[in-house]
Design a protein. Structure first.
Length: 128
């Protein structure tokens, strides 16, 4: 459990978009570094459920199939330094875990099925 769990974090649907929403720190899932097209450097991104938005709006089609998992961006300039530091730590852990997974080779070809996804869900921030 983090001291920031109930803190509201401003998130963006696009790194240079003007529409924002606020979500609880604990609701941000799979925090990672990602460099969108034309972004000057990698930025912190994560996933939220559209039902976890406290205020604001991230544009998406939300019909009868809700909730939706939305990729969002967290900008340093809109986040308290201590909360951003915790998010950066989580993104660094995700990056290290991803790199370690890429370096592991299956023992045999039969273990490396092209139809099976290598995606493993990450824990939420509050699980750490």
């Amino acid at each position: 459990m983090s001291a920031h769990d109930d803190m509201l974090i401003r998130v963006h649907g696009e790194w240079k978009g003007w529409r924002t929403a606020e979500v609880r720190f604990r609701d941000l899932q799979e925090v990672h570094w990602f460099q969108p097209n034309q972004a000057p450097h990698p930025l912190i991104h994560g996933y939220i459920s559209c039902t976890e938005i406290v205020t604001g709006e991230i544009p998406h089609a939300c019909g009868r199939t809700a909730p939706h998992r939305l990729l969002v961006c967290v900008l340093r300039s809109h986040t308290l330094p201590t909360a951003f530091a915790e998010l950066a730590r989580c993104a660094d852990e995700h990056h290290a875990a991803s790199r370690a997974g890429q370096l592991q080779m299956p023992a045999s070809r039969s273990e490396a099925s092209p139809n099976r996804s290598s995606f493993t869900p990450m824990r939420s921030i509050s699980d750490r």
